[in-house]
Design a protein around this ligand. Structure first.
Ligand code: PCA
Length: 199
């Protein structure tokens, strides 16, 4: 039995020319464990990233949606435990939007938990000899917007949704800022995906 996994990675943002999230997603194999992967690059834009992912999910009807984003400054690959129903940023997105004090989904719950087995995913990353940590905040920028909107849309359905933030690539990181080589990020994502039990 093969299961469908929609995996998204963000385009570059914040003046960077690459996003390790998309670089790693693009480098993953087409099949990992029981999952057949379908890749989607998403823009760093509030609302639009989530709409494109939802459109793709409607066409594919995946068992799992896993989104990947860059978290510059983090020293580990971090599955996200939850998303907040809040858009709050001073840093413009790639369309120039700076929403503040706004919900991702009007009327939605304040927060939603990931429906993927985040602790097992962290353990699998560590078992592969790579840095993995659980994160309890996906922030309030576009990554959180994407995760919250997808979790909200998939409530009560059989599609499970999660998010993993990854560190800078070595070539992006200023001295003293942590980073992870692309091959390690790819191995960490692969290990995390293998840890997802197909339901
Ligand atoms: N990281 C940003 C948005 C796109 C990305 O890769 C974030 O953490 O919100």
């Amino acid at each position: 039995m093969e299961y469908k996994l929609l995996i998204t990675g963000f385009e570059p943002f914040g003046g960077q020319s690459v996003n390790p999230a998309w670089e790693a997603v693009a480098a993953l194999p087409d099949h990992i464990g029981p999952f057949a992967l379908t890749r989607l690059q998403v823009p760093v834009e509030f609302d639009r990233a989530a709409r494109l992912a939802l459109n793709a999910a409607e066409a594919l009807r995946p068992d799992v949606i896993l989104c990947v984003g860059q978290a510059g400054g983090r020293d580990a690959v971090t599955p996200e435990a939850a998303a907040l129903n809040l858009r709050e940023t001073e840093q413009p997105d790639n369309a120039g939007q700076t929403p503040q004090d706004q919900p991702c989904v009007p009327g939605g719950e304040n927060a939603l938990f990931s429906s993927l087995p985040v602790r097992r995913m962290v353990q699998a990353i560590r078992d592969a000899g790579l840095p993995g940590k659980l994160s309890c905040s996906a922030g309030t920028y576009v990554c959180n917007d994407l995760l919250y909107t997808l979790l909200h849309a998939c409530r009560g359905s059989r599609t499970r949704v999660g998010f993993i933030h990854v560190p800078f690539l070595p070539e992006q990181a200023k001295p003293g800022v942590p980073s992870l080589p692309l091959a390690d990020t790819v191995r960490a994502l692969t290990a995390a995906i293998r840890a997802i039990d197909p339901l």
